[in-house]
Write a protein of this length. Structure first.
Length: 296
Protein backbone atom coordinates (compact mmCIF):
# COMPACT_ATOMS: atom_id res chain seq x y z
CA UNK A 1 0.00 0.00 0.00
CA UNK A 2 1.27 3.41 -0.85
CA UNK A 3 0.96 6.52 1.25
CA UNK A 4 1.46 10.10 0.12
CA UNK A 5 1.70 10.05 -3.64
CA UNK A 6 0.41 6.49 -3.95
CA UNK A 7 -3.00 6.02 -2.36
CA UNK A 8 -5.02 2.86 -2.14
CA UNK A 9 -7.72 4.27 -4.39
CA UNK A 10 -6.84 6.67 -7.17
CA UNK A 11 -9.38 8.98 -8.68
CA UNK A 12 -8.50 9.57 -12.30
CA UNK A 13 -10.17 10.24 -15.57
CA UNK A 14 -9.06 7.25 -17.62
CA UNK A 15 -11.20 7.43 -20.73
CA UNK A 16 -14.33 6.72 -18.71
CA UNK A 17 -17.52 8.78 -19.02
CA UNK A 18 -17.66 9.47 -15.31
CA UNK A 19 -14.87 11.83 -14.15
CA UNK A 20 -15.41 10.73 -10.54
CA UNK A 21 -14.80 7.09 -11.40
CA UNK A 22 -12.79 5.32 -8.68
CA UNK A 23 -10.53 2.48 -9.69
CA UNK A 24 -8.48 -0.09 -7.78
CA UNK A 25 -6.74 -1.24 -10.94
CA UNK A 26 -3.04 -1.75 -10.01
CA UNK A 27 -1.98 -0.55 -13.45
CA UNK A 28 -3.80 2.77 -13.09
CA UNK A 29 -0.62 4.62 -12.17
CA UNK A 30 0.76 3.72 -15.59
CA UNK A 31 -2.17 5.50 -17.25
CA UNK A 32 -2.35 8.65 -15.17
CA UNK A 33 0.06 11.42 -14.31
CA UNK A 34 0.12 10.93 -10.52
CA UNK A 35 -1.53 14.31 -10.25
CA UNK A 36 -4.84 12.70 -11.18
CA UNK A 37 -5.16 14.45 -14.56
CA UNK A 38 -6.52 12.65 -17.57
CA UNK A 39 -4.15 12.39 -20.48
CA UNK A 40 -4.86 14.54 -23.46
CA UNK A 41 -4.22 13.95 -27.08
CA UNK A 42 -1.02 12.00 -27.71
CA UNK A 43 1.31 13.78 -30.12
CA UNK A 44 4.74 15.24 -30.64
CA UNK A 45 7.44 14.27 -28.16
CA UNK A 46 5.11 12.38 -25.82
CA UNK A 47 3.94 9.81 -28.31
CA UNK A 48 6.38 7.03 -27.50
CA UNK A 49 6.49 7.74 -23.77
CA UNK A 50 2.74 7.94 -23.24
CA UNK A 51 1.83 4.71 -25.03
CA UNK A 52 0.20 2.39 -22.52
CA UNK A 53 2.19 -0.74 -21.77
CA UNK A 54 0.52 -3.88 -23.13
CA UNK A 55 -0.33 -6.91 -21.00
CA UNK A 56 2.23 -9.57 -21.89
CA UNK A 57 3.19 -13.05 -20.78
CA UNK A 58 5.94 -11.55 -18.63
CA UNK A 59 3.51 -9.26 -16.81
CA UNK A 60 2.69 -12.10 -14.40
CA UNK A 61 6.33 -12.78 -13.47
CA UNK A 62 7.30 -11.42 -10.06
CA UNK A 63 8.73 -7.91 -10.32
CA UNK A 64 11.65 -8.79 -8.04
CA UNK A 65 12.79 -11.48 -10.47
CA UNK A 66 12.69 -9.04 -13.39
CA UNK A 67 14.52 -6.32 -11.47
CA UNK A 68 17.25 -8.76 -10.38
CA UNK A 69 17.79 -10.15 -13.88
CA UNK A 70 17.68 -6.65 -15.40
CA UNK A 71 20.39 -5.35 -13.06
CA UNK A 72 22.53 -8.44 -13.65
CA UNK A 73 22.16 -8.09 -17.43
CA UNK A 74 23.06 -4.39 -17.32
CA UNK A 75 26.18 -5.10 -15.27
CA UNK A 76 27.23 -7.85 -17.67
CA UNK A 77 26.55 -5.75 -20.78
CA UNK A 78 28.39 -2.65 -19.55
CA UNK A 79 31.39 -4.35 -17.94
CA UNK A 80 32.62 -6.18 -21.03
CA UNK A 81 35.25 -4.81 -23.39
CA UNK A 82 33.62 -6.37 -26.46
CA UNK A 83 30.71 -4.88 -28.39
CA UNK A 84 29.31 -8.33 -29.21
CA UNK A 85 27.87 -9.21 -25.78
CA UNK A 86 25.80 -6.02 -25.22
CA UNK A 87 24.65 -6.16 -28.85
CA UNK A 88 23.49 -9.77 -28.42
CA UNK A 89 21.75 -8.85 -25.16
CA UNK A 90 19.94 -6.06 -26.99
CA UNK A 91 18.81 -8.29 -29.86
CA UNK A 92 17.66 -11.03 -27.47
CA UNK A 93 15.74 -8.47 -25.38
CA UNK A 94 13.91 -7.12 -28.44
CA UNK A 95 13.08 -10.62 -29.68
CA UNK A 96 11.85 -11.55 -26.21
CA UNK A 97 9.56 -8.52 -26.11
CA UNK A 98 8.18 -9.38 -29.52
CA UNK A 99 7.68 -13.02 -28.48
CA UNK A 100 5.64 -12.08 -25.40
CA UNK A 101 3.32 -9.85 -27.41
CA UNK A 102 4.83 -6.35 -27.67
CA UNK A 103 4.23 -4.92 -31.14
CA UNK A 104 7.06 -3.80 -33.41
CA UNK A 105 5.32 -0.45 -33.75
CA UNK A 106 5.49 0.23 -30.02
CA UNK A 107 9.12 -0.88 -29.86
CA UNK A 108 10.00 1.36 -32.79
CA UNK A 109 8.33 4.39 -31.22
CA UNK A 110 10.07 3.82 -27.91
CA UNK A 111 13.53 2.98 -29.21
CA UNK A 112 13.93 5.21 -32.29
CA UNK A 113 15.48 8.12 -30.29
CA UNK A 114 17.84 5.64 -28.63
CA UNK A 115 18.97 4.23 -31.97
CA UNK A 116 19.63 7.75 -33.24
CA UNK A 117 21.60 8.58 -30.09
CA UNK A 118 23.65 5.38 -30.38
CA UNK A 119 24.40 6.15 -34.03
CA UNK A 120 25.51 9.69 -33.19
CA UNK A 121 27.69 8.65 -30.24
CA UNK A 122 29.23 5.74 -32.12
CA UNK A 123 29.82 7.81 -35.25
CA UNK A 124 31.59 10.64 -33.45
CA UNK A 125 34.01 8.24 -31.76
CA UNK A 126 35.47 7.35 -35.16
CA UNK A 127 36.95 10.84 -35.53
CA UNK A 128 38.04 11.60 -31.95
CA UNK A 129 39.61 8.35 -30.71
CA UNK A 130 42.51 6.35 -32.05
CA UNK A 131 45.90 6.76 -33.70
CA UNK A 132 45.74 4.48 -36.77
CA UNK A 133 44.26 6.44 -39.72
CA UNK A 134 41.69 4.50 -41.74
CA UNK A 135 40.30 7.15 -44.07
CA UNK A 136 40.41 10.90 -44.56
CA UNK A 137 37.75 13.37 -45.69
CA UNK A 138 38.34 16.91 -46.90
CA UNK A 139 35.31 19.15 -46.39
CA UNK A 140 36.12 22.68 -47.54
CA UNK A 141 39.01 23.71 -45.30
CA UNK A 142 38.38 20.98 -42.72
CA UNK A 143 40.06 17.61 -42.64
CA UNK A 144 38.36 14.69 -40.90
CA UNK A 145 40.38 11.59 -40.16
CA UNK A 146 38.70 8.34 -39.24
CA UNK A 147 40.63 5.99 -36.99
CA UNK A 148 40.51 2.22 -36.78
CA UNK A 149 40.45 2.28 -32.98
CA UNK A 150 37.63 4.82 -33.14
CA UNK A 151 35.46 2.36 -35.05
CA UNK A 152 35.97 -0.26 -32.34
CA UNK A 153 35.26 2.23 -29.57
CA UNK A 154 32.22 3.63 -31.38
CA UNK A 155 30.82 0.14 -31.91
CA UNK A 156 31.30 -0.59 -28.20
CA UNK A 157 29.54 2.59 -27.10
CA UNK A 158 26.67 2.12 -29.55
CA UNK A 159 26.23 -1.53 -28.56
CA UNK A 160 26.18 -0.62 -24.86
CA UNK A 161 23.54 2.06 -25.43
CA UNK A 162 21.31 -0.18 -27.55
CA UNK A 163 21.82 -3.22 -25.34
CA UNK A 164 21.27 -1.36 -22.08
CA UNK A 165 18.10 0.40 -23.21
CA UNK A 166 16.73 -2.80 -24.74
CA UNK A 167 17.30 -4.64 -21.48
CA UNK A 168 15.59 -1.87 -19.55
CA UNK A 169 12.69 -1.98 -22.01
CA UNK A 170 11.98 -5.57 -20.98
CA UNK A 171 11.47 -4.32 -17.42
CA UNK A 172 9.55 -1.15 -18.20
CA UNK A 173 7.23 -2.72 -20.81
CA UNK A 174 6.29 -5.73 -18.68
CA UNK A 175 6.27 -4.29 -15.16
CA UNK A 176 4.08 -1.65 -13.56
CA UNK A 177 5.55 1.18 -11.54
CA UNK A 178 4.16 -0.28 -8.32
CA UNK A 179 5.83 -3.64 -8.97
CA UNK A 180 9.33 -2.39 -9.51
CA UNK A 181 9.07 0.07 -6.63
CA UNK A 182 7.94 -2.79 -4.38
CA UNK A 183 10.87 -4.81 -5.72
CA UNK A 184 13.34 -2.03 -4.94
CA UNK A 185 11.94 -1.73 -1.43
CA UNK A 186 12.28 -5.51 -0.99
CA UNK A 187 15.95 -5.25 -2.03
CA UNK A 188 16.39 -2.59 0.70
CA UNK A 189 17.07 0.29 -1.66
CA UNK A 190 17.30 3.50 0.43
CA UNK A 191 13.95 5.17 0.98
CA UNK A 192 15.04 8.53 -0.38
CA UNK A 193 15.96 6.96 -3.73
CA UNK A 194 12.50 5.41 -4.03
CA UNK A 195 10.93 8.76 -3.19
CA UNK A 196 13.05 10.56 -5.78
CA UNK A 197 12.10 8.03 -8.45
CA UNK A 198 8.38 8.31 -7.75
CA UNK A 199 8.49 12.10 -7.80
CA UNK A 200 10.61 12.07 -10.97
CA UNK A 201 8.14 9.72 -12.65
CA UNK A 202 5.21 11.96 -11.81
CA UNK A 203 7.12 15.08 -12.84
CA UNK A 204 7.90 13.52 -16.22
CA UNK A 205 4.25 13.50 -17.23
CA UNK A 206 3.68 16.96 -15.79
CA UNK A 207 6.59 18.15 -17.92
CA UNK A 208 5.13 16.49 -21.01
CA UNK A 209 1.71 18.03 -20.36
CA UNK A 210 3.19 21.51 -20.24
CA UNK A 211 5.36 20.83 -23.28
CA UNK A 212 2.35 19.71 -25.32
CA UNK A 213 0.35 22.80 -24.36
CA UNK A 214 3.19 25.13 -25.30
CA UNK A 215 3.86 23.37 -28.59
CA UNK A 216 0.17 23.44 -29.54
CA UNK A 217 -0.01 27.16 -28.76
CA UNK A 218 3.09 27.88 -30.84
CA UNK A 219 1.81 25.82 -33.76
CA UNK A 220 -1.46 27.75 -33.73
CA UNK A 221 0.59 30.94 -33.97
CA UNK A 222 2.82 29.57 -36.77
CA UNK A 223 5.78 29.35 -34.43
CA UNK A 224 7.44 26.70 -36.62
CA UNK A 225 6.99 28.35 -40.01
CA UNK A 226 10.72 28.67 -40.72
CA UNK A 227 13.80 27.06 -39.27
CA UNK A 228 14.83 30.29 -37.53
CA UNK A 229 11.40 30.73 -35.94
CA UNK A 230 11.52 27.09 -34.89
CA UNK A 231 14.78 27.70 -33.05
CA UNK A 232 13.33 30.78 -31.37
CA UNK A 233 10.19 28.86 -30.39
CA UNK A 234 12.21 26.02 -28.88
CA UNK A 235 14.27 28.51 -26.87
CA UNK A 236 11.13 30.20 -25.60
CA UNK A 237 9.68 26.84 -24.58
CA UNK A 238 12.73 26.12 -22.45
CA UNK A 239 12.36 29.25 -20.33
CA UNK A 240 8.58 29.09 -19.98
CA UNK A 241 8.69 25.37 -19.20
CA UNK A 242 11.19 25.85 -16.38
CA UNK A 243 9.04 28.51 -14.70
CA UNK A 244 5.79 26.57 -15.03
CA UNK A 245 7.23 23.26 -13.86
CA UNK A 246 8.82 24.95 -10.85
CA UNK A 247 5.48 26.55 -9.98
CA UNK A 248 3.67 23.22 -10.35
CA UNK A 249 6.23 21.46 -8.16
CA UNK A 250 5.63 23.99 -5.36
CA UNK A 251 1.87 23.51 -5.61
CA UNK A 252 2.28 19.73 -5.67
CA UNK A 253 4.39 19.84 -2.51
CA UNK A 254 1.81 22.03 -0.77
CA UNK A 255 -0.99 19.66 -1.79
CA UNK A 256 0.96 16.65 -0.53
CA UNK A 257 1.62 18.35 2.82
CA UNK A 258 -2.06 19.22 3.18
CA UNK A 259 -2.93 15.55 2.66
CA UNK A 260 -0.63 14.31 5.40
CA UNK A 261 2.54 13.54 3.48
CA UNK A 262 5.41 13.28 5.98
CA UNK A 263 8.31 12.50 3.67
CA UNK A 264 7.90 8.73 3.75
CA UNK A 265 6.29 6.40 1.24
CA UNK A 266 4.96 3.16 2.69
CA UNK A 267 5.54 0.20 0.39
CA UNK A 268 4.13 -3.29 0.85
CA UNK A 269 7.11 -5.59 0.28
CA UNK A 270 6.54 -8.59 2.55
CA UNK A 271 5.38 -11.04 -0.12
CA UNK A 272 7.28 -14.32 -0.16
CA UNK A 273 8.98 -15.46 -3.34
CA UNK A 274 7.45 -18.52 -4.96
CA UNK A 275 9.52 -21.57 -5.79
CA UNK A 276 9.16 -21.01 -9.54
CA UNK A 277 10.40 -17.43 -9.14
CA UNK A 278 13.50 -18.63 -7.32
CA UNK A 279 14.20 -21.23 -10.02
CA UNK A 280 13.77 -18.66 -12.80
CA UNK A 281 16.09 -16.24 -10.99
CA UNK A 282 18.77 -18.86 -10.51
CA UNK A 283 18.59 -20.07 -14.11
CA UNK A 284 18.65 -16.52 -15.47
CA UNK A 285 21.65 -15.55 -13.35
CA UNK A 286 23.58 -18.61 -14.50
CA UNK A 287 22.87 -17.82 -18.16
CA UNK A 288 23.89 -14.18 -17.72
CA UNK A 289 27.06 -15.09 -15.81
CA UNK A 290 28.00 -17.72 -18.38
CA UNK A 291 27.45 -15.26 -21.22
CA UNK A 292 29.63 -12.70 -19.47
CA UNK A 293 32.51 -15.16 -19.02
CA UNK A 294 32.31 -16.18 -22.68
CA UNK A 295 31.88 -12.69 -24.15
CA UNK A 296 34.11 -10.55 -21.96
Amino acid sequence: MYGGIFSARLKAQTNCPNPNHVSDDPTLVERCTFSFMCEGEKLMLAQGIRDQNPTTKLSHVDGRVKVLLTVASLLAATSTSSWLLPFCFGVISLLLLRFVGVSWRLLWRRLLPIFLLATFVGGTQIFINGHTPLFEWHIFSFRLIGYYEGIERGALFAARIIGGISIMSVLTLTTTVQEWIQALAWFKVPQFLIEIMTLAYSSLFTLLDELERLQKAQQMRLGYGTWWRSIQSIGAIGGILFIRVFDKSVRLWQAMRCRGYNGEISVLNDRALKRNDILVSGLGLMIILGSWFVGR
